[in-house]
Design a protein. Structure first.
Length: 429
């Protein structure tokens, strides 16, 4: 019954979304990739809003067959109750008949395109065909690979967004990812690239995470285009993924009318997204790096790179399972365990899959690597051991719910609702 309801609902949402796009004809920026979609979306939105453009970005993680049409219909942030469907349908009808709608509807839509299963991108692009397509990265062992034959099939699925571009559309591709950089080959589209590659349209250089005696500060990097170069500092956010998000977004922003300087100038007001390498003050003078939104081998290694670069009395890695890796799961978790043993002083692994990571880490860390099956058990241990000067990285796949640890160790738990991911509806149960 539930499946039938969702099937009918998605069909209705798809029809309404297509009708709305037919009426208003906004410029659509589509973003896909196994990591970095939300950060890139948020950076681009920040850039465009500075110019007072009518722009909407997909709320939260509304990026699938249900969420993407909702983002076309209105400014929905999450699906938190049954009544949202009635609201969405009523709003869709009003958007279609609103006599002054063309003065209010966004000129630009920034949409995420998820690819959890084969065929997802094709379905989504039939609803909303992009004018600009951004592909952030694929990586060696992408998230959701469990549902594909191999990594190449995941890359092929992501390439569907570029293939859906109209003739002359713009593909913005990661020059440092071999699979992504070739996605526009043989297509009649414009191609611009970003990355550390010296031939990239927007070049990234001199990246560093910044720490001082007082604690972690943020990330600094340079972006270059043609003969111009700008140094960017973003506070309370970490990781090279931030630089890649700014580089990709700046290309799209320039295509949409901003100068390079106007685009990168948004760094001063950029605050990032919950659960994506954000700094949160912890209890007892500790610091939390909240990267709890989701996890894949690529993003996990990047997060551990952040942890290793920051100054602190102790570096503590609190990591939950990486899910949907299929036959690759055990080996990828072992790799993470080895990496943790090289960069962290303490390792707390949570979930069934993370057990092999802890066993691997114990070869070097001994009793400083511990495994817990459940979040509440791990949380209790962390509360007991945390002390002044600790840098605590918290990360794991969505279903492991590592964000539940953070309110117990953050200095101002009353701010959890505004700072953390999944703080609504059934997620709080």
């Amino acid at each position: 019954m539930r499946k039938l309801f969702l099937l009918i609902l998605n069909l209705k949402l798809k029809i309404f979304a297509k009708l709305i796009l037919w009426r208003y004809k906004p410029t659509i920026v589509g973003i896909t990739g196994t990591v970095g979609k939300t950060s890139t979306k948020t950076v681009l939105y920040t850039m465009l809003k500075r110019r007072d453009l009518r722009v909407r970005m997909a709320g939260g993680n509304l990026n699938n067959e249900t969420g993407l049409p909702l983002s076309v219909i209105g400014e929905f942030e999450k699906i938190d109750s049954f009544y949202i469907w009635f609201k969405a349908i009523l709003q869709a009808i009003w958007v279609l008949i609103d006599p002054i709608g063309k003065k209010k509807y966004p000129e630009i839509l920034i949409l995420e395109y998820a690819a959890d299963h084969p065929g997802d991108i094709k379905y989504l692009t039939k609803i909303a065909k992009p004018d600009i397509a951004i592909v952030t990265a694929v990586g060696e062992t992408p998230v959701h690979i469990e549902f594909y034959e191999n990594q190449k099939e995941v890359a092929k699925e992501k390439a569907g967004l570029v293939e859906a571009l109209k003739d002359g559309g713009l593909a913005i591709l990661n020059a440092d990812d071999g699979d992504v950089s070739k996605m526009a080959k043989d297509l009649n589209v414009q191609v611009k690239t970003f990355g550390e590659n010296k031939l990239a349209t927007v070049r990234i250089s001199d990246f560093k995470n910044i720490s001082e005696k007082s604690g972690p500060i943020g990330a600094s990097f340079k972006l270059g285009v043609s003969d111009r170069e700008e140094t960017i500092l973003i506070k309370n956010l970490f990781g090279e993924s931030q630089a890649y998000a700014f580089a990709a977004a700046s290309i799209a922003a320039m295509e949409l009318g901003l100068s390079f300087e106007q685009a990168v100038g948004s760094a001063s007001i950029y605050r990032g997204s919950p659960g994506r390498s954000r700094l949160i003050k912890g209890v007892k003078g500790s610091t939390i790096i909240d990267d709890s939104y989701n996890a894949s081998p690529l993003s996990m290694k990047a997060a551990l790179g952040v942890l290793s670069s920051l100054r602190g009395e102790r570096r503590i890695a609190v990591l939950g399972d990486m899910l949907e890796l299929g036959k690759h799961s055990e080996q990828e978790h072992i790799k993470i365990g080895k990496k943790v043993s090289e960069v962290a002083d303490l390792f707390i692994g949570v979930g069934e899959n993370m057990k092999v990571a802890v066993e691997e880490a114990k070869k070097k860390m001994g009793s400083n690597a511990r495994h817990y099956k459940k979040i509440d058990e791990a949380t209790k241990h962390i509360e007991e051991i945390i002390r002044s000067g600790d840098i605590v990285l918290v990360k794991g796949s969505q279903s492991i719910r590592t964000e539940k640890i953070i309110p117990k160790i953050m200095l101002h738990p009353q701010e959890a609702k505004s700072l953390l991911v999944r703080q609504y509806g059934s997620w709080l149960e």
